[in-house]
Design a protein around this ligand. Structure first.
Ligand code: HGY
Ligand code: MN
Ligand code: MN
Length: 426
């Protein structure tokens, strides 16, 4: 265990300061939420704020062609591969102040703590935030880290458009974050991400640290269902081609699939359901909806996805509608490096923090980095049953401080580690 500990007040204040950017007050609940949808005005202001904080901590800034931002603290051996601490600062439209931000501001707090104590590490330390982790605006998740690690080609990312037809590249340029650095990141020596659990498990177990074993499989479909618009009063039910009924049947079938027990611990969500023209007395002519499938088992995920797609075709025929659909995101389960998990356990134990292993229900940039380096995550519990993607999201000063103290320890263990790159191997 390193004798160092992070400054918990400074960490929590940095999360509050970032959380004030893109903040809004929910008019129904009066709660303060965050909306920093990728590459919008809130995200742009958040990016400028974090870059300013990085520079104030002495980091040199690099922005790449997909808008990923890297802040580098030099090591005594600059030629060695760095240890990277990262996550995202973009948010869903109804977010809290911790999702992603804990990993970025926690990484910055690690740097600030090293600065406070004049600690020089062998390897450089890089703090990173990746573009559009959430995928809510341009339709696919972990966009920046997927481009950085080669899963999504840069040109394919640039071509993505939001609902108003605005393209990623134009939006990056508009906010001043269309960088010039090569978008493919050189593999760091290790990648570490501290993140809120975004669920109830750790808090219910009374555990302070989550040792993340990996991330479950994720699949997103965007469906367009076209039927026949008609008068709600004069059109007999037997003559209708109602896309709203088709969408509802798909949503119910997903629930039935789960209840069947044939797909393991699957989760399914129809998060977007929008009808046009969207009038009380008009049978819609079009419904756009999304299906988000999750599963900790790849085979069960493949079966669930295939059966859902087969059902789209069956419903289209029975309801006399046209259903077109697009797979907008798809990742298999990703295991995290035992070397990271072991060091997280050792650090928690050395600090007397209770811990437990957990599989991540949410997707994270770490799952992309795991393809190119030794990667892993540290989870912290959340209040209010760990609710997330919601203004009620809350992890306390000490819950955040516990996670970032462990991040500090594990980061130091990798940052002072010699490795294959010493012989110029990497
Ligand atoms: O959707 C997710 O799992 C993450 O919040 N991007
Ligand atoms: Mn996140
Ligand atoms: Mn999220």
């Amino acid at each position: 265990m390193s004798p160092l500990s992070v400054n918990r007040d400074r960490l929590f204040a940095s999360l509050e300061a970032l959380g004030a950017i893109g903040a809004y007050v929910d008019d129904r609940t009066g709660l303060r939420g965050v909306n920093r949808l990728a590459l919008g005005a809130g995200d742009a202001a958040g990016r400028r704020h974090v870059v300013e904080q990085m520079r104030a901590a002495g980091l040199t800034i690099t922005v790449d062609r997909i808008g990923n931002v890297y802040g580098r603290r030099e090591g005594t051996r600059p030629e060695l591969a760095p240890v990277m601490l990262g996550s995202h600062i973009d948010s869903v439209e109804t977010a809290g102040r911790f999702d992603g931000c804990l990993g970025v501001m926690g990484g910055l707090e690690v740097v600030r703590t090293l600065n406070d104590h004049g600690v020089r590490t062998l390897r450089p330390v890089v703090v990173a935030f990746f573009t559009d982790e959430e995928g809510s605006r341009f339709g696919t998740d972990m966009l920046g880290s997927a481009v950085a690690t080669g899963r999504i080609p840069l040109e394919a990312a640039y071509a993505l458009r939001d609902r108003e037809g605005r393209a990623v590249r134009d939006e990056l340029r508009a906010i001043g974050f269309l960088g010039e650095a090569d978008e493919r990141v050189a593999p760091p020596h290790a990648y570490l991400e501290c993140h809120i659990e975004q669920g109830p498990v750790l808090r219910a177990a009374g555990v302070r640290v989550g040792v993340v074993e990996g991330v479950q499989a994720i699949g997103w479909h965007a469906l367009t269902i076209v039927g026949k618009s008609a008068h709600a009063g004069t059109t007999p039910m037997g003559l209708r081609a109602d896309p709203g009924v088709a969408a509802a049947r798909i949503n119910l079938r997903l629930r039935e699939m789960l209840a069947s027990g044939r797909y393991g611990d699957m989760r399914a969500t129809m998060g977007v359901i929008s009808a046009r023209p969207g009038l009380v007395n008009v049978v819609p002519n079009e419904v756009r909806c999304t299906v988000d499938l999750r599963n900790p088992d790849d085979d069960a995920m493949r079966r669930a996805e295939a059966d859902a797609i087969a059902f789209y075709a069956a419903v289209a025929a029975e309801e006399r509608v046209q259903i077109s659909w697009e797979r907008t995101a798809r990742t298999d389960t990703v295991p995290f490096a035992p070397a990271v998990r072991e060091r997280v356990v050792a650090a928690a134990r050395a600090r007397g923090m209770s811990w437990q292993a957990i599989v991540s229900g949410a997707g994270h940039d770490a799952q992309e980095m795991a393809r190119i380096t030794t990667a892993g995550m540290i989870f912290v519990p959340g209040e209010h049953d760990g609710i997330s993607h919601n203004p009620r999201e809350l992890s306390t000063r000490d819950q955040c401080g516990d996670g970032v103290d462990v991040l500090l320890d594990v980061a130091l263990s990798f940052a002072d580690e010699r490795g294959a790159d010493e012989e110029g191997g990497r």
